[in-house]
Design a binder for this molecule. Structure first.
Ligand code: DX5
Ligand code: ZN
Length: 218
């Protein structure tokens, strides 16, 4: 099993103090920051663009920027996000575009790759791309907004992706995103998830060091 990684989500922090959110995460000894990019089209909400990623780098953040593109045309934005300083670029499987070409472009720009799927999308949709990705993101809420309730009906999908990973000896992580806290994180860990995005629960935690320590031992 891969070591567990906690990736706090910038979306749930103060948008007027994004650099402080990144510094808070780094100060806890965490390595990853999850950055949610929304286009008001693939999802009914807007968040940040490449300028935010570039600004965080300019303010000195060395975190691994786990960049989650909730975009209808993610292939158009690979280069801007790579140049801005994204570490991973995760794209969704649902929209129609050349997914394989986009994943190859992400790697060609020196970034790690990820493919994401919504709660209503079957695991089989990402199967053709398993050889091209470093991470599969199983959404545990319908993307678009933080603070939603975890969907337990996504648990079998995590287990299915984990079976493929083990049967085929794939070197990739399985990430969960949406409604993740200690309890739901443990449910996902039991199905094979190793990467945990936490927005609301992380920023609401009174003792963030204890919250991070819980996930480090999960
Ligand atoms: C949802 C985003 C998530 C979001 C999670 O569309 O992809 O990354 O920040 O927020 P919480 O942890 O509050 O569900
Ligand atoms: Zn996300």
């Amino acid at each position: 099993m891969n070591e567990p990684i906690l990736a706090p989500s910038l979306l749930a922090g103060d948008h007027g103090a994004a650099a402080e959110s990144a510094a808070l995460v780094a100060g806890l000894g965490l390595k990853w920051l999850h950055v949610d990019i929304m286009d008001g089209h693939f999802v009914p909400n807007l968040s940040f663009g490449p300028a935010m990623v570039a600004a965080l780098r300019r303010h000195g953040s060395k975190l691994f920027f786990d960049t989650h593109l909730m975009l209808s045309e993610p292939q158009r934005y690979v280069e801007p996000f790579a140049k801005a300083g994204a570490s991973r670029i995760t794209i969704h499987v649902e929209p129609a575009y050349d997914h394989a070409a986009a994943l190859k472009a992400i790697r060609a720009h020196g970034c790690r790759t990820g493919i994401a799927l919504n709660p209503g999308t079957p695991a089989e949709a990402v199967e053709p791309f398993l050889g091209l990705v470093d991470l599969v993101l199983v959404m545990t809420v319908q993307p678009g907004f933080g603070g939603q309730a975890f969907r337990a009906d996504t648990l079998p999908k995590i287990a299915q992706v984990d079976r493929w990973r083990r049967d085929r000896g794939l070197d990739m992580r399985i990430e969960v995103d949406g409604g993740i806290d200690e309890a739901t994180g443990a449910l996902c860990r039991a199905r094979g998830a190793d990467t945990f995005v936490a927005g609301t629960s992380f920023f609401a935690a009174g003792d963030k060091a204890a919250f991070a320590a819980f996930f480090a031992r999960l």
